[in-house]
Ligand binder design. Sequence first.
Ligand SMILES: Nc1ncnc2c1ncn2[C@@H]1O[C@H](COP(=O)(O)OP(=O)(O)OP(=O)(O)O)[C@@H](O)[C@H]1O
Length: 265
Amino acid sequence: MNVMRESAADIAAASVKIAARGVQVFYGDTHAIKDVDVDIADRTVTAFIGPSGCGKSTFLRCLNRMNDTIDICRVEGRITLDGEDIYDRRVDPVQLRAKVGMVFQKPNPFPKSIYDNVAYGPRIHGLTRNRAELDEVVEQSLRRAALWNEVKDRLQAPGTGLSGGQQQRLCIARAIATSPEVLLMDEPCSALDPIATAQVEELIDELRANFSVVIVTHSMQQAARVSQNTAFFHLGNLVEYGQTAQIFTTPRDPRTESYISGRIG
Ligand SMILES: Nc1ncnc2c1ncn2[C@@H]1O[C@H](COP(=O)(O)OP(=O)(O)OP(=O)(O)O)[C@@H](O)[C@H]1O
């Protein structure tokens, strides 16, 4: 545990965007997350890895209060974004999710045009004053999601008509259109082929110039390619957290070592 805390301290030396302390999550009687402390650095890609059912997605969903939508789920502990408690009663979860955006495992564009998918968030949050400003946000979001060139001549076509990889980049454009500060990605490439995966990974690397990105992945290769920091979860515990290169080359906990060498998982 001390070792884990030491490497977490190295990460805390960078600018901390999200800090979690003593986080516990229960689904009814299932204790899914056990006393997790973690600091997520700003403008960095942080990967959550670990065997199936270890709690990666559950913990990720704590970071923008998506677990609020699950009736039997109870979250305890403290999570701050730039020092502000995101579970404070005064925080509106909808506003929070505009700041801490999310991209899911399966691309889930709305049954609307490409334009309207991206314009959705800015419209409901009233972020633009007129159509010209909205057009600009849509274009910039699609450019940052590396999709603009492929769709600029068919913005009114349905988002659901794009390929899987394009749909996922559309969902990323939709998530970044509200200018979030953090982007949570829950296995964003699991439904994509290797070419689309490579495009999304390249995009994640570019996004970290502006956002703090947290990605859940089953692929250790992907974690090694895209992240600077990695957190290894096992049976609801955060076992080890540190710089990705260290976690993959010289893990300090035998459970991490077993997982990365393929002995558990
Ligand atoms: N909506 C839910 N209701 C009840 N239990 C849940 C729910 N979601 C997750 N759990 C339980 O919480 C634990 C952690 O699940 P979670 O999905 O967070 O793990 P994970 O590491 O993301 O798994 P995977 O890699 O398979 O997606 C598991 O025991 C799971 O069965």
